[in-house]
Write a protein that binds this ligand. Structure first.
Ligand code: NAD
Length: 292
């Protein structure tokens, strides 16, 4: 069967999931979507997506199941819930594109494989902008043949696709990436606060960092765009950043590594999520850092 004739159940149609599911429809796949939020379901329907009223009805005829949910615990709850689990077709391939915790992923994959369901983890980087343009970076962990089968779908969503190793390595890589990203956001904002206090212009600080060795993803695509402009609308929530960095810190603990900057960054983002609210845009951490 040609890949495009296959059916995809897409669970989680939020800021990332909705445009991603839209690209799969655009690539010719038959996509059934589900989200607990009525607004998210309506936005997907407006893109021409087929909305299902229950997860189980999306799963029952799916060759592929893509999850793009807030965290791995929700992925687990959704997939292992009795009626949902019974609905999974034998041999179907679950692709968890959420930023889930790698140890939990390995456990979940083991349980699914025991029920005749295959699994790869394929989290993404690039934010809502690159979800919309279909140019995400995707890191994929799993069996080589399963990844080969997932590739036509992943190519509709991203331009850089990396095979990271066995199941769970994609999720580990994503948490590691977001540790560096989150630490970079904090370092860049603190650098601007320091420079401003000494009398430097904030725009100039960002421009000079971008032309120097202090350039970060935050100085390049966040400072002027969302923070100095005070739009604070990057589309990535503070609670999600805190979760991802905590995932990296938990992984270090399991592996008996003491990484003090990672621990400090995880604690800072958790406190920021508490003070700003988990649903706030993560670029608002600038206000949190200024107020401290
Ligand atoms: P989001 O909150 O916009 O979307 C998540 C969606 O899942 C929501 O629409 C929510 O209603 C739905 N949902 C929650 N529980 C559900 C359930 N039990 N069944 C069905 N639907 C359910 O979040 P997002 O920004 O789209 O992020 C999704 C995932 O992608 C997260 O794991 C996040 O860490 C990761 N991610 C986000 C970005 C970003 O820039 N936003 C970038 C890379 C990775």
């Amino acid at each position: 069967m040609e890949a495009q004739k296959k059916t995809i159940a897409f669970i989680g149609l939020g800021a990332m999931g909705c445009p991603m599911a839209g690209h799969l429809i655009g690539a010719g796949f038959k996509v059934s979507g589900f989200d607990v939020s009525e607004g998210a379901r309506a936005r997907f329907a407006a893109k021409g997506g087929q909305v299902r009223a229950e997860v189980s009805s999306a799963l029952c005829d799916a060759d592929f199941v893509i999850t793009m949910l807030p965290n791995g615990k929700i992925v687990r709850d959704v997939l292992l819930k009795d009626e949902n689990c019974r609905s999974l077709k034998e041999g179907c391939l679950v692709i968890d594109m959420s930023s889930s915790a790698p140890m939990d992923t390995r456990e979940l994959a083991g349980e699914l494989v025991g029920r005749g369901v295959r699994f790869v983890d394929a989290p993404v980087s690039g934010g809502t902008k690159r979800a919309i343009s279909g140019s995400l970076t995707i890191m994929v962990g799993g069996d080589g043949k399963d990844i080969d089968e997932a590739l036509p779908l992943l190519k509709a969503l991203g331009t850089q696709i990396f095979r990271t190793g066995p199941i769970g390595t994609g999720h580990a890589m994503k948490a590691i990436n977001n540790y560096v990203s989150g630490a970079g956001v904090v370092a860049t904002i603190e650098a601007v606060l320091l420079g401003q206090k000494f009398g430097l212009e904030s725009e100039a600080i960002v421009e000079i960092l971008n032309a120097s060795s202090g350039k970060t993803n935050a100085s390049d695509v966040k400072m002027k765009q969302f923070i100095l402009s005070e739009t604070f609308d990057s589309g990535f929530a503070t609670g999600l950043m805190a979760k991802d960095i905590r995932t990296a810190a938990d992984l270090a603990k399991v592996l008996e590594l003491r990484l003090s900057a990672l621990d400090a960054t995880a604690a800072l983002w958790e406190d920021a999520a508490k003070k700003l609210g988990p649903g706030s845009d993560h670029t608002l951490v600038a206000r949190y850092l200024k107020d401290r």
